[in-house]
Design a protein around this ligand. Structure first.
Ligand code: ZN
Ligand code: ZN
Length: 673
């Protein structure tokens, strides 16, 4: 009757099940949840509005929207929880250490094995936080949670935002606002206020601090440079983790404990595998005898697989003329990741030399050293090549981040027609490596160029070709993969294998890279069937990635208990007393003659102590010899985990071990008596 009534503003909602709701102007997603059920409304922590994650309390604009209510069961929810946890922690730190504490950044971490969030603080003069202070901060957080303080979103113009931050003396935030304005000058900035605490954040967050619950834990304190730059001030970073459920937190803490037990830096020392010595230099591991055996076995096996696949071995030096790296493009563009150039005295070399960061240019020169015809291709040159990269000292960690390491490298030079079959064969080899070591849980990531970045070399047509070659192969092999722009090498796109170890951590291991660009930069050629000169394509690939890193991960994966074929010592012979030493030496000889690695424990210790020692050293098999064994010409066999395997003849023991070694099994074989 009144036309005016038809113009009342309305919000129309479509829910995931297709049903619709109508609300008055200004309604929130919380009202939508209430319209479904009170239970859903109390479980609601955020909403997906038209595909965008938003606060449950943000008013919906007039018009039509699709709304999905997010509860703790949805995968997006954990990030909202952890974001809120970071804010609550910052509020607690300010309450305890004073309002002149500066806070810089505090993100949620979703892919980190250990941590779920952190916040960086610049504490007032004379104050500091150590691990001992964390329980006190947790207590203060619990008070904030109990108070169920609502989180309110506030939008401000950049000027108002800066004025607000100035008022509360938060200079890092002002710096961040200025940075943001450089990119988007007319940005509206969003802030979240919870009681007396305010923080600049995109959100969304939990509707109130009470929803954070009690499944959170502060885990450690570390120093962190502002913006990660060591010329800036060192801030105090507090790491924590948060879940919706106490059980999830307990499982997480248990996983971390398990990871500590498996730490390859600790096991590396205990088992005599490798050494990092400050006198040698950070990130330059020394391989001890036991670790060297693991490498020797792993590399020896891989060399055999390469020969079967038509690879040819080469060896190249550790340094080369700087100009070579100019041609490849590593220098000067990647100078920050290289060791400094070696400049020789005048007359001894017009240009400097460089420690090699990659093996490619040397292999390229080998390819170029003779005229190639299409009949010679593919040429597959392989080398366990030592390379050097100048990683930041703060980034170094055991064997997994080092400055000097080997690549199980090869470069394949082929015709464009051969390329996809060669990529496929590289995928096959990488899968074989992972399967052989029991690393069966992995995903595949395709690293593409970032179209907006200038760091890539070569023509865009070449990049299109290479990216499509890779896509066709992974599709043909029916592999699960994700594409990640910006993750390519500077000369070409790549396939990376991201492996999950037995406690759920992810590691990037094998890589396969397709490259049309270095053949151009180095002017590579072959004579095709048409007698004309053509350009080959290159593949750079490393199925393990690097033996250092790979073995570092294997140490943790196996918790130091390597399968028999890799174990530095495969069997320990343990005489019950001196009386049986002669017999024991005979057993040792029989095992050694069969090519097995054996230790004889001839110490005066009791047999129980000898067994314990061999177990701690994670030696797969023990052969105990005493009076009964000497009489029956047998050994009493124990496996380090499976326990007693009974008495058997020395010949059967040798045969059983050899069978397990050849199979490369990671589980003990049943040793026939
Ligand atoms: Zn936030
Ligand atoms: Zn290469």
């Amino acid at each position: 009757m009144f036309f005016g009534q038809c113009e009342i503003n309305m919000v129309t909602i479509q829910l995931p099940d297709g049903s619709k709701q109508s609300h008055d102007s200004g309604a929130t997603a919380l009202a939508v949840a209430e319209g479904i059920s009170p239970r859903l409304a109390s479980a609601a922590i955020a909403a997906d509005v038209d595909g965008k994650l938003t606060d449950i309390t943000t008013p919906l604009s007039d018009g039509e929207h699709t709304v999905r209510i997010i509860t703790s069961r949805d995968p997006e929810a954990l990030e909202v929880l952890r974001h809120t946890a970071a804010h609550v922690m910052a509020q607690a730190v300010l309450r305890l250490y004073g309002n002149d504490t500066q806070y810089s950044i505090g993100p949620a971490l979703m892919d980190d094995f250990q941590y779920g969030f952190y916040y960086d603080f610049d504490l007032p003069e004379g104050k500091s936080i150590s691990a001992d202070d964390l329980p006190k901060i947790e207590e203060e957080m619990a008070k904030i949670i109990d108070a169920k303080i609502p989180l309110q979103r506030v939008e401000m113009s950049p000027d108002d935002a800066k004025a607000e931050m100035k008022k509360i003396g938060q200079s890092y935030k002002i710096e961040m606002i200025d940075d943001m304005l450089k990119e988007t000058p007319d940005a509206k900035l969003s802030f979240y206020r919870q009681g007396d605490f305010i923080d600049m954040c995109r959100g969304p967050h939990l509707p109130d601090t009470g929803k954070l619950g009690n499944a959170f834990k502060l885990m450690s304190v570390a120093g962190a440079y502002w913006r990660g730059d060591e010329n800036n001030k060192m801030l105090t970073r507090i790491y924590g983790v948060a879940f919706f459920d106490k059980k999830d937190l307990a499982a997480h803490v248990e996983r971390i404990e398990e990871a500590k037990k498996r730490d390859h830096r600790v096991l590396g020392r205990q088992l005599g595998l490798f050494l990092l010595d400050e006198k040698v230099g950070p990130g330059l591991p020394l391989w001890l005898p036991n670790g060297s055996i693991i490498r020797m076995e792993l590399e020896g096996w891989l060399r055999g697989e390469l020969l079967k696949r038509g690879y040819q071995p080469v060896h190249t030096p550790h340094i080369g003329k700087l100009d070579l790296w100019r041609t490849s493009g590593h220098y000067p563009y990647y100078e920050h990741g290289l060791f400094p150039t070696m400049n020789l005295a005048e007359g001894e070399g017009e240009d400097g030399y460089l420690l090699k960061p990659m093996n490619c240019p040397f292999h390229i020169q080998i390819y170029k050293s003779s005229q190639k015809s299409y009949r010679d291709l593919p040429v597959r040159l392989s080398e366990f090549g030592q390379v050097y990269r100048f990683e930041q000292s703060g980034e170094l960690s055991g064997l997994t981040r080092v400055r000097g390491f080997t690549q199980d490298d090869a470069h394949i030079f082929c015709t464009p027609e051969q390329l996809e079959a060669e990529i496929e064969s590289c995928v096959d080899l990488t899968k074989l490596c992972l399967a052989t070591l029991g690393l069966d849980d992995y995903r595949v990531r395709i690293g593409l160029r970032d179209p907006d970045s200038a760091k890539y070399t070569g023509k865009s047509e070449n990049w299109d070709l290479a990216e499509n070659n890779i896509r066709r192969v992974v599709k043909k092999l029916d592999m699960n993969y994700t594409e990640e722009p910006g993750e390519a090498a500077f000369y070409g796109p790549k396939i990376d294998f991201v492996v999950k170890d037995c406690i759920g951590r992810e590691w990037q291991l094998g890589t396969i890279q397709v490259d049309y660009n270095l053949p151009e930069r180095f002017d590579l050629e072959y004579t095709a069937a048409d007698n004309a000169s053509h350009r080959p394509v290159m593949i750079h690939r490393a199925p393990l990635g690097s033996p250092e890193r790979f073995i570092g991960i294997l140490i943790e994966h196996f918790a130091g208990a390597f399968p028999l074929w890799l174990a530095p010592v495969q069997a320990a012979v343990l005489p019950v007393s001196d009386k049986f030493l002669n017999y024991a030496q005979g057993v040792v000889r029989a095992l050694r003659n069969a090519g097995l690695r054996v230790d004889l424990d001839d110490s005066p210790d009791k047999i129980g102590a000898k067994i314990r020692r061999a177990t701690v050293q994670k030696i797969p098999y023990m052969a105990v010899v005493g009076g009964r064994e000497v009489e029956s010409n047998t050994v009493a066999v124990r496996h380090r985990t499976a326990g007693d395997a009974g008495a058997m003849s020395v010949e059967s023991f040798v045969e059983g071990l050899l069978a397990e070694k050849i199979s490369r099994g990671s589980e003990p074989l049943h040793v026939a008596s």
